[in-house]
Each structure stands twice: as structure tokens, then as C-alpha cells.
Design a binder for this molecule. Structure first.
Ligand code: NDP
Length: 242
């Protein structure tokens, strides 16, 4: 059992929930952040016993206050999982400025807003794990997702640059790029579109499970993964080889 402290943003449902649970099962003291869905967060807390922290990862000051609260309760953060993310899909010629900005604020600016709060502590303790959830659609691009594809590609660039900076301080920085995972985000796609357009393109012939992504994150957080940095692990059922 590690006893290390892990913060998972968007950690109360979907992929984030599976990551929170996998890290708890691996012996971490886990804090799960969420943005606004109190009902889901409460049910998650009752189910798992993992404490939940409501703050907006797109807001620097709110993230600073949220991280302070987590560290006050659980201790310094050793593992940060930047998982919170949203979609606001539209073909580019119809995309509204707010659809662009919300996705960039939540999916990209959060990388700065959260990681900036924990990097000094990790540097001073000479240990840290920063894992950000990208997406296959940030690697191959996706119709209707110029905002999301740009944001998820940014997570990979962020990971590579920070990996280079942090390696000398015992901090590894990696990304995980899931394909289509059966969470609310994907189940919001109409079933006929999933069955006729999406699943037939996935070589393994099915959607992925959140737990399959969570296992990769737990590995990257572990001591055993200390020689991985700047890496992007693809969990996409063979959909895309990057
Ligand atoms: P869900 O929509 O199921 O869950 C999103 C989580 O992020 C929720 O906990 C939500 O909180 C939280 N969140 C959203 N906005 C904010 C915010 N501003 N501040 C704090 N928390 C916020 O998403 P998934 O589990 O499907 O996706 C998780 C990550 O994986 C995302 O980054 C997504 O882009 C990525 N991904 C998902 C794939 C998939 O197939 N599902 C594929 C590839 C990547 P609340 O409950 O309060 O709304």
C-alpha cells in the first residue's frame, strides 16, 4: 500500500470514477474533484468512501483553493490526474465562440490551473506523477470536434514539454489517450450512430470500459512506471496507432 495522495479531477463519474477507485484499491489516499453534479458526487462518495471536492478546474483561483483544501485534509499531492473534460461539438463553420472557449478553458487551461498548484511541492519532495487524459480524437482529429481535438492534442504537447522539465526532479509526466469508452459522454451519442458508424471502426469490435483506462493510469502512477515519461499510452481497441 503506497499511502500516497492522489487528486483526480472529474473523479466522481465516468473514467474519473474508475481512476479514483483503481487508485484507492492500489492504496492511495484519493481526493475526487467534480464541477457541479452534486447528486452524482454524493452517490459516488457513499459508494466508495472517497472524499469529493467541488471546484471549477477552468478557474485558477478556484483550483488553488481546492488543492489547498485537499492538501489540508489528506496531505501533499503526489499524484495528479488531469481527467476532467467536456465536449461542445459542432462543425467548425457553425461553432460558436463559447463552444470553443468552454472546451479550451476546461480541457486545456485546467492543465495549467491544477498542475501549477502541485509542481512546486513535487519538486521539493523529489517525487511526483502527473497524468493527463487526452483522447484518440486529439491524435487523429474528429468531425465536429475542432475545439476538443485541439484541446486533447494540447494535452500531449503539455505532457512532453513538462516531462522534459520535471524529469530531473523525480517527477514523471504522461498522458493516456482513450478511444471510445462507454461513459455518459459517449452514451450521449445516439445508439444507431454508435452501432452503424463508431463501433464498426473499432478493430476489437466494442467500446472500451472505464476500468481499462483506469488500469493504465494506476500503472503510470506506480513506482514501477518510473522510467516512463513524456509518453502517451493509447487505450483505443486498435482504432488508431499513433
Ligand atoms: P464524464 O462526462 O463522464 O465526466 C466528466 C467529469 O469531469 C465529471 O466528474 C465532471 O464533473 C467533471 N468536470 C467537467 N467539467 C468540470 C469542471 N469545469 N471542473 C471540475 N470538474 C469538471 O466524462 P468521461 O469520463 O467520459 O471523460 C473523462 C475524460 O476522458 C475527459 O477528459 C474526456 O475528454 C476524456 N475522454 C473520454 C473518452 C470517452 O470515450 N468517454 C474518450 C477519450 C477521452 P460533474 O460530474 O460535476 O459534471
Amino acid at each position: 500500500m503506497t499511502g500516497r495522495v492522489a487528486l483526480v479531477t472529474g473523479g466522481t463519474r465516468g473514467i474519473g470514477e474508475a481512476i479514483s477507485v483503481a487508485l484507492k484499491d492500489a492504496g492511495y489516499k484519493v481526493a475526487a474533484n467534480y464541477g457541479g453534479n452534486d447528486e452524482k458526487a454524493k452517490a459516488f462518495n457513499e459508494r466508495t468512501g472517497i472524499p469529493v471536492y467541488k471546484f471549477d478546474v477552468s478557474d485558477f483561483a478556484a483550483s488553488e483553493a481546492g488543492v489547498k483544501q485537499v492538501e489540508g485534509d489528506l496531505g501533499p499531492i503526489d499524484v495528479l490526474v488531469n481527467n476532467a473534460g467536456i465536449t461542445r461539438d459542432a462543425p467548425f463553420h457553425r461553432m460558436k465562440p463559447e463552444q470553443w472557449t468552454e472546451v479550451i478553458d476546461t480541457n486545456v487551461n485546467s492543465l495549467f490551473n491544477l498542475t501549477r498548484q502541485v509542481i512546486d511541492g513535487m519538486r521539493s519532495r523529489s517525487f511526483g506523477r502527473i497524468i493527463s487524459i487526452s483522447s484518440v480524437n486529439g491524435q487523429k482529429g474528429q468531425f465536429g470536434q475542432t475545439n476538443y481535438s485541439a484541446a486533447k492534442a494540447a494535452a500531449i504537447g503539455f505532457t512532453r514539454a513538462l516531462a522534459a522539465e520535471a524529469a530531473g526532479k523525480g517527477i514523471t509526466v504522461n498522458a493516456v489517450a482513450p478511444g471510445y469508452i462507454a461513459t455518459e459522454m459517449v452514451m450521449a451519442v445516439p445508439k444507431e450512430v454508435l452501432d452503424s458508424k463508431i463501433i464498426p471502426q473499432i478493430p476489437v469490435g466494442r467500446l472500451g470500459e472505464a476500468e481499462e483506462v483506469a488500469r493504465c493510469v494506476a500503472f503510470l502512477a506506480s513506482d514501477e512506471a518510473g522510467y516512463f515519461s513524456g509518453e502517451t499510452l493509447n487505450v483505443n481497441g486498435g482504432l488508431y496507432y499513433a
